[in-house]
Write a protein that binds this ligand. Structure first.
Ligand code: AKG
Length: 203
C-alpha cells in the first residue's frame, strides 16, 4: 500500500481481511480541520437501510455524524485523492467521507459495513468492498475499534487509521470483517470513515 503521508507507517497487518493499521496518515492540523468541518454539520448518526438504501436512525449507533460536501472543502478533495492512492481503489468508488462524533458512552455495536444480497443499497455502486476509518483525536479512554471474530482491537490514536476489506473472494460479506466502535469511557471520539464500493458510487 502507498501511504498518503510520507511520515506514515504500517503498525499492524492482518491478512484474512487485508487489514492495515497505520500511524501518521493525517497531521494534527488536518485532524483539527476535519473536526471543525464536522462540528458545523453534526446530526444524529444514521445507517444505510439495506432494504431501501435510504438513511435511518439505528439503536446500534450512538453518535452524531456529518456528511460534508467534498466540492466545498479542498481538504476533503485532497484527502479523497490520498485515500485512492493509499488503497489503490479509484476515487469514484468512494462514498462521501463521513465524520462521526461519539460522546462519553457513545458506541457503534458490532456490525458489517457491506450490505446483504438483495439490498437496495447495492444499486448505488455495488457493495462496500473496503472501509477506511481515520482517527481524528485520541479519546481519554475507550473508543477502540474491535474486530471480535479476529480477537483484535485497535486504538483510536489521532492521525492513525485502519483499512480493511468487507468482502471475501466470492464478494460475499466477509464474516471476519465484523467490527464495532467500543464505548468511549472518558472524553470524546472523532473519526472520519470512507467506504469504497465495487463500482463508481452513485448515491
Ligand atoms: O468508531 C469506530 O471505531 C468504528 C466505526 C465504524 O464501524 C464505521 O464507521 O463503520
Amino acid at each position: 500500500m502507498r501511504l498518503f503521508n510520507l511520515m506514515a507507517r504500517v503498525l499492524l497487518q492482518q491478512q484474512s481481511i487485508g487489514l492495515s493499521y497505520m500511524a501518521g496518515l493525517l497531521s494534527p492540523a488536518d485532524c483539527q480541520a476535519l473536526i471543525q468541518i464536522g462540528q458545523s454539520l453534526l446530526q444524529p448518526a444514521m445507517v444505510t437501510d439495506p432494504d431501501s438504501g435510504a438513511m435511518r436512525p439505528d439503536a446500534e449507533r450512538v453518535s452524531e455524524m456529518a456528511w460534508p460536501n467534498r466540492a466545498e472543502h479542498p481538504l476533503l478533495q485532497s484527502l479523497s485523492e490520498g485515500v485512492a492512492r493509499l488503497t489503490g481503489i479509484p476515487q469514484e468508488h468512494q462514498e462521501p467521507l463521513q465524520i462521526l462524533h461519539y460522546r462519553k458512552g457513545g458506541e457503534y455495536r458490532p456490525h458489517f459495513d457491506a450490505f446483504p444480497e438483495g439490498s437496495k443499497a447495492l444499486e448505488q455502486g455495488g457493495n462496500r468492498m473496503a472501509t477506511l476509518i481515520l482517527y481524528l483525536n485520541t479519546p481519554v479512554s475507550g473508543g477502540e475499534t474491535a474486530f471480535p471474530e479476529l480477537g483484535l482491537t485497535v486504538a483510536p490514536l489521532m492521525g492513525c487509521g485502519v483499512f480493511f476489506k468487507d468482502l471475501d473472494k466470492k464478494r460475499r460479506i466477509h464474516p471476519l470483517s465484523l467490527h464495532a466502535g467500543l464505548p468511549v469511557t472518558e472524553g470524546e471520539k472523532w473519526i472520519a470513515t470512507v467506504w469504497m464500493r465495487g463500482r463508481p458510487y452513485c448515491g
